[in-house]
Design a protein around this ligand. Structure first.
Ligand code: GSH
Length: 311
């Protein structure tokens, strides 16, 4: 199996989702610590202009978004399964909801004035300002990742209360009796809130949820080796992108070889331009050329991303 290189940073919840997944799957991986704010020249050399965190690199194949990274890791190391057949739909739908609606509530809750200090207190005042400006620009005109604070708090209590009840009723995992991708999507949200000292006390009312979190945490992060971003770029440059079976699905309105852009529909809406290699109901794959990374295939999930003809 080619080396797995995760471009991530320590305080990123979506990175933690994948670090824990590596532990659960018993995978060895390499970590590149990337900047939490723009500029990220070595990330976008691989991705085009996709700037979100984390990104998984396998040779010259670059996988954006943790929803897709979970599928890739599951195909490489099927045990334990992330999409057990008896929970296939519930696991995927719950995971998506935790990664979007619940994450928006968690971010709103944690970055209220009382929380920002515990989340960003390790930074100098100028760094806090730069972080705030970066995230404001990333959220865009629709102010994605924010909702009214009372609704965010209500959503967190409602969700955690129901999950706590379900765990107390003896259901071992989030979407049913078996572990699934939904456990990892809930996990990173709880992990994020637990980092917020005072505000983490919101979780005190949910002991069964906390016990589940401790069981998940025991997976650890697997065997990790830290490398520099220049090493990762050299790996991409040396490798050829993997052959894509499947191609572009008939009736999609696109053909292989079309010049297209792929853009997140929610936040960090920076279009990535390339030549379409594969497209179906689950994935879009673009080929692009970069002076430092060489030829790379950049892979996106279809949900949450828009494919458009370039120009
Ligand atoms: N849907 C994306 C969301 C990823 C995301 O929002 N990550 C945060 C960090 S936890 C981010 O990109 N923040 C801005 C940045 O790192 O530049 C995924 O599942 O990968």
């Amino acid at each position: 199996m080619a080396d797995l290189i995760l471009h991530q940073y320590a305080t990123s919840p979506f990175s933690e989702k994948i670090r824990l997944l590596m532990g659960a799957k018993g995978l060895g991986w390499q970590a590149v610590e990337i900047p939490p704010i723009l500029p990220k020249p070595d990330v976008v050399a691989l991705t085009g202009s996709y700037r979100r965190t984390p990104v998984l690199q396998v040779g010259a194949d670059i996988y954006c978004d943790t929803a897709l990274i979970c599928e890739v890791a599951d195909a490489m190391a099927p045990d334990p399964a992330l999409y057990p057949a008896a929970q296939a739909a519930s696991a995927r739908v719950m995971a998506h909801w935790f990664d979007t609606a619940l994450f928006t509530a968690a971010v709103t809750y944690l970055f209220q004035p009382a929380g920002a200090q515990s989340m960003l207190g390790h930074l100098a005042p100028a760094q806090i300002q730069a972080f705030a400006a970066d995230r404001k620009a990333m959220r865009g005109e629709g102010n994605a990742l924010r909702m009214p604070l009372p609704e965010a708090i209500a959503l967190l209590h409602d969700t955690f209360g129901r999950l706590d009840q379900q765990f107390r009723a003896g259901v071992a995992h989030v979407s049913g009796p078996a572990l699934s991708v939904a456990d990892f999507s809930l996990y990173h949200n709880v992990w994020f809130i637990r980092r917020a000292s005072e505000l983490a006390r919101l979780l005190d009312a949910y002991p069964a949820l906390q016990a589940w979190h401790a069981r998940m945490q025991a997976f650890g992060h697997g065997k990790v080796h830290v490398i520099g971003s220049e090493v990762a770029l050299a790996v991409a440059h040396r490798a050829d992108p993997a052959a894509q079976s499947g191609g572009v699905a008939p009736g999609s309105g696109f053909e292989a070889g079309d010049a297209v852009t792929v853009t997140p529909t929610d936040y960090a809406r920076d279009p990535v331009a390339g030549v379409l290699v594969a497209l179906d109901a689950r994935r879009a794959v673009l080929r692009r050329q970069d002076p430092r990374a060489g030829a790379v295939n950049v892979h996106f999930p279809r949900q949450g991303y828009e494919v458009r003809r370039a120009g």
